[in-house]
Design a protein around this ligand. Structure first.
Ligand code: 5AD
Ligand code: SF4
Length: 479
């Protein structure tokens, strides 16, 4: 047998052993190159998109560090990875722009490796375009096989040409690979992957695949490990957390999972995202109402306030059902902060439809809202719909909506002015030296003077002055 065959024979067939094997091989190669260069090899990940991608990037960084890279600070690193998003067209355009820039960077450092992964790579036209026009890219992979990063780097180093590995879907959920968390005291935790909702504007079900829930035991043991490692707040992540557990061999509801997470000693705050209004159960509302740890915040995407548009969007609730759900939530959790996502300019949206959206915004009075201009995504049902709304009309509606959302949020956030609230201190303030930035249970940000040693702790803060979306406060001395 040749040496190469020997190597092939010893590659473990099952995960995570296989990836641990490749991390070791890449580590040897990184060490050799680093010795040649007389310095460590750096890596840098740039993350686009949502919390899911942010969590994936922590996993990818965990693999890179295990494979011998050290963390760099920018794109002038030896390994640069873009974890992409494709939910709207402008996310894609940004990636092409940055790739153009990286071409010049790589000319100065020809050993540099450039990798692309994430939702945008699950679109065949994108991969085609990169293969043709961005030849300086070394590795392309998708959303289903991020756990394979070490193996793909190894292949690239061996084959010395662009490696493309995109899976159309997967049932696999690989546990127990290294993860490098951005914050020591809070963490995202995936509870499910994929989405089965097929909202007619949305590309996510096509790029993230069918819904798969993790076993509750795996989730609970991950959280227990995080807590023993200093984490006090978890954010349970899924595209539609309210349908968690339905397809497991032993089905369990999301509300029941939350109750079990609540019992973990040392864990102080529980958040979750994203909730689909159609699946939000009374059981969940009751669990939120009686919980001591679940934060008083719910992100409840509205998308549109017009029942006619909601039907075209395939959202499966009406304006009235949404408003009634908000009433039930507020009756059970009176001080809950509500936030939302709204799309303006969905095909066929009339001025009357848009007024319905404004009406919901005025009635619900959100703490904040993300507002988006509709973006046509190839392959989604809405892309083929007639009556795409003219750009100027959309822009005018978008500006009106934004103003309404901001004016209301400023009044709503003010309700806490003058009160003292528990705040999880997250970081030093990036604008004001000597200040810290933290978050209320309801997710509003507060800045106040304090020592960096408080980062990661929950402290009482007096919310002295509301400033639109955030507060200026002062630490309350508890000695
Ligand atoms: N155009 C604009 N916004 C979109 N979103 C999802 N798809 C599109 C699209 N095609 C928004 C939705 C979703 C958020 C994550 O992104 O509001 O809740
Ligand atoms: Fe997240 Fe969706 Fe963007 Fe993918 S396409 S990164 S799932 S928002």
């Amino acid at each position: 047998m040749t040496q190469e065959n020997n190597r092939m024979a010893e590659i473990p067939a099952t995960e995570p052993a296989r990836q641990k094997y490749f991390m070791k091989l890449v580590r040897e190669q990184v060490a050799a190159l680093s010795q040649k260069k007389g310095r460590p090899l750096t890596c840098f990940i740039s993350t686009f998109g949502c919390q899911m991608n942010a969590r994936d990037s922590e996993k990818l960084l965990g693999i890179l560090l295990e494979a011998g890279f050290v963390q760099g600070t920018d794109e002038h690193s030896d390994f640069v990875l873009y974890n992409t998003c494709t939910v709207r067209e402008n996310a894609n355009l940004k990636v092409y722009g940055r790739l153009g820039y990286l071409n010049g960077v790589k000319r100065k450092n020809p050993d540099m490796l450039i990798a692309l992964c994430g939702c945008m790579m699950q679109e065949p036209e994108v991969v085609e375009r990169i293969r043709k026009s961005y030849r300086h890219v070394d590795i392309i992979f998708g959303t289903h096989n991020i756990f394979r990063l070490a193996e793909l780097i190894y292949r690239r180093l061996e084959e010395r040409k662009m490696v493309v590995d995109i899976w159309e879907g997967t049932d696999a959920i690989v546990e127990e690979l290294p993860i490098e968390r951005k914050y020591p005291f809070k963490s995202g935790v995936n509870i499910m992957f994929g989405c089965n909702n097929f909202c007619s504007y949305c590309i996510v079900p096509y790029v993230r695949g069918r819904e798969r829930s993790r076993n509750p035991e795996d989730i609970l043991s991950e959280i227990k490990n995080l807590v023993s490692d200093g984490v006090v707040e978890v954010m349970l992540l899924g595209q539609n957390v309210n349908s968690y557990g339905k397809t497991l061999k032993e089905p369990i509801s999301f509300a029941r999972l939350l109750q079990r997470v609540e019992q973990i000693d040392g864990l102080e705050r529980i958040r979750f995202m994203t909730s689909h209004p159609k699946d939000l159960s009374d059981e969940l509302i009751q669990v939120m109402a009686s919980s001591k740890k679940i934060c008083t915040h719910l992100h409840l995407p509205l998308q549109s306030g017009s029942s006619r548009i909601l039907k075209l969007m395939n959202r499966r609730y009406t304006k009235e059902q949404y408003l009634e759900l908000v009433d039930r939530l507020r009756a059970a959790v009176p001080d809950i902060s509500l936030t939302t996502d709204i799309i303006v300019g969905f095909p066929g949206e009339t001025e009357e439809d848009f007024e319905e959206t404004l009406d919901v915004v005025r009635r619900v009075r959100y703490d904040s809202a993300f507002t988006f201009i509709y973006s046509k995504r190839t392959g989604t049902p809405a892309a083929a719909m007639e009556n795409q709304v003219p750009e100027a009309v959309v822009k005018e509606r978008f500006d009106r909506l934004l103003k309404e959302v901001q004016d209301i949020a400023a009044q709503v956030v003010k309700r806490h002015e003058g009160t003292i609230q528990p705040v999880l201190v997250e970081e030093t303030d990036t604008h004001e030296p000597g200040f810290l930035t933290g978050r209320l249970s309801g997710n509003t940000v507060v800045h106040f003077r304090g020592e960096p040693s408080l980062i990661g702790k929950i402290v009482p803060v007096s919310l002295d002055e509301a400033k639109g979306f955030y507060f200026m406060g002062s630490l309350v001395n508890t000695d």
